[in-house]
Design a protein around this ligand. Structure first.
Ligand SMILES: [Zn+2]
Ligand SMILES: [Zn+2]
Ligand SMILES: [Zn+2]
Length: 142
């Protein structure tokens, strides 16, 4: 049994070829748009509709096997790194996204001083700035 099959079964999800293919694509890392995921899935499976990929991503996200992020002004992206409440830094120049760890071994952002009685399970923190490539391009323009 592959790692993907085990993951799906562990969350009570039926094992299907599109689900395995999407998991496989996400396992390569990064924060991928649906178009990119679909393109890579089609290299593994003959024909998969974009809608089918959306459906799979929805099921995987609900099951906690993928994480969906949607920085302002950018299409939704998906990643396989889940469950650690890590944050993201987004480049204002090119849209590049990188991971930023919450404090190792804990997630202090999940313990606000007051949560108004809510039980908090995720803190969506997005840092904005310029990536190294865009910084270099900007100083070259000066
Ligand atoms: Zn950039
Ligand atoms: Zn991430
Ligand atoms: Zn944090």
């Amino acid at each position: 049994m592959s790692g993907g099959e085990e993951l799906l079964r562990s969350r009570g999800l039926r094992v299907t070829r599109p689900r395995l293919a999407v998991l496989d694509v996400l396992a390569d890392g990064g924060h991928l748009e649906v178009d990119e995921i679909t393109r890579r899935v089609r290299k593994r499976l003959d024909s998969v509709s974009t809608q089918a990929v959306y459906d799979v991503l929805g099921a995987l996200s609900r099951a906690g096997l993928s994480r969906r992020i949607e920085p302002a002004g950018s299409p939704a992206r998906y990643e396989a790194r889940v469950g650690d409440n890590h944050h993201h830094v987004v480049c204002r120049g090119c849209g590049e996204i990188a991971d930023i760890d919450c404090a190792v071994g804990s997630a202090p952002c999940l313990d606000p001083d007051t949560a108004h009685g809510f039980q908090v399970d995720e803190a969506e923190v997005t840092f904005w700035g310029l990536c190294p490539a865009c910084q270099a391009r900007r100083s070259a323009d000066d």
